[in-house]
Design a protein around this ligand. Sequence first.
Ligand code: NAI
Ligand code: MG
Length: 361
Amino acid sequence: ADRSLLILPGDGIGPEVMAEVRRVIDWFATHRGIGFDVSEDLVGGAAYDLHGKPLSDETMASAQEADAVLLGAVGGPKYDKLDFSVKPERGLLRLRKEMDLFANLRPAQCFEALADASSLKREVIAGLDIMIVRELTSGVYFGEPRGVTTGNDGQRVGVNTQRYTEAEIDRVVRAAFELARKRGGKLCSMEKANVMESGVLWREIATEVHADYPDVELSHMYADAGAMQLVRWPKQFDVIVTDNLFGDILSDIAAMLTGSLGMLPSASLGAPQANGRPKALYEPVHGSAPDIAGQGVANPIACILSFAMALRYSFDLGAEADQIEAAVQSVLADGLRTGDLMTVGGGRKVGTVEMGDAILK
Ligand code: NAI
Ligand code: MG
C-alpha cells in the first residue's frame, strides 16, 4: 500500500486504546481494500525502559519517513521522578519539534447522544462541530529572552517573550484557511490586536492571506471575547485560528463543551512533503490515565477518532473518516458507554474491547 503509518502506543492506557485502532485499520483492509503499511514502535516510558530515553533516534527517523504517526499516550507515576531530560513527555516534544508540527488541530464535536453530558444547555451544544487550529511551535512559550532574573532594584523578574515572524503566522493561518475551505467556509482569527504588537501583525497577515481564499469568510475576534463566545454560542464558529498561548486555553475550553476527555482526538500537522502529504502526528487529547490502566475500561473513541483524522488529513479518505464518525455516533445512540461516559443518563456500561467490537460492527 502507498500509505505508511507509524504506531506508537506508549504507556498506560495507550496500548489498550491503540489495540482497538489496530482492529479498525484491519477492518478497512479486509472490507474496503484500503491497506496501510503499519509499523509499531516504542515511545515514552516504554522506550525509556528499553533504551534509556523516551524516543530513540531510530524511532525518530521512522517518524520522519512515515506518512502519518499515530500516538497513544505517554507517562505514568513510574517515571515521575526521572530527570526532565528523559521524561516520557520529552519523547512527544521531540516528535513535535523535529517534525516541525506547527498546526495543532483540535476539533470540538458534540455527538447527539452525549449532548446532555455537557454543562451547557442541549440547544447550545447539540450538533456542535468546530475546529480550533492552534499555532504550536512558536509564540510566548518559546520566545527569547526568557527566564527569571534579578533586576537592578534587587527584585526577581519573570520574563517571557511573545514573538511571531510573518512566516510563522502565514503558514498556520494558511493551514486554517485550507481547512475552512473543506469544512463550513468560515474562519475566525483570534488575537489581542488591541493590546499586543504580535496581535497587530497576526491580524494583518490573516487579512493578507485571505486574498488567496476569497471563498472563505474571514472574521477577527479578540481572544478574550472569543472565550466568552465559545461558551455563549459556540455554533457561530466553524474554524478558529489562534496563537500558541490563546490556543492552549481556547482549545481546552472548547474541549469541555463536548464532555469527556475520552472522546477528544487531535492532529498536529507540519509542512507538506514531496508526496503532498503533510508531516503529521495524530493522538488523543487524553494522557495515559494510570488510575484505570490495565483494567480494560478505557474509552478507545478518542484514539479511534484520531485515526479518522489521519484518514481525512493525511490520506484524503474523507468518506472513510465520516464512516468511522458515523459508527461512533451510532454506538453512542445505542446507549453504549465506557465508564468515563456514565456520568449522565446511564446507558449500558462496556469495556474497551466491547466498545471496539460495537464500533466495528
Ligand atoms: P489523563 O488524561 O491521563 O487522565 C485524566 C482523567 O481522565 C483520569 O481520571 C483518567 O482515568 C480519565 N481518562 C483519560 N483518558 C481516558 C479514556 N480514554 N477513557 C476513560 N477515562 C479516561 O491525565 P492525567 O491524569 O493528568 O495524567 C496522567 C499521565 O498522562 C501523566 O503522566 C501525564 O504526564 C500524562 N499525559 C500524557 C499526555 C499525552 O501523552 N499526550 C497528555 C496528558 C497527560
Ligand atoms: Mg492545555
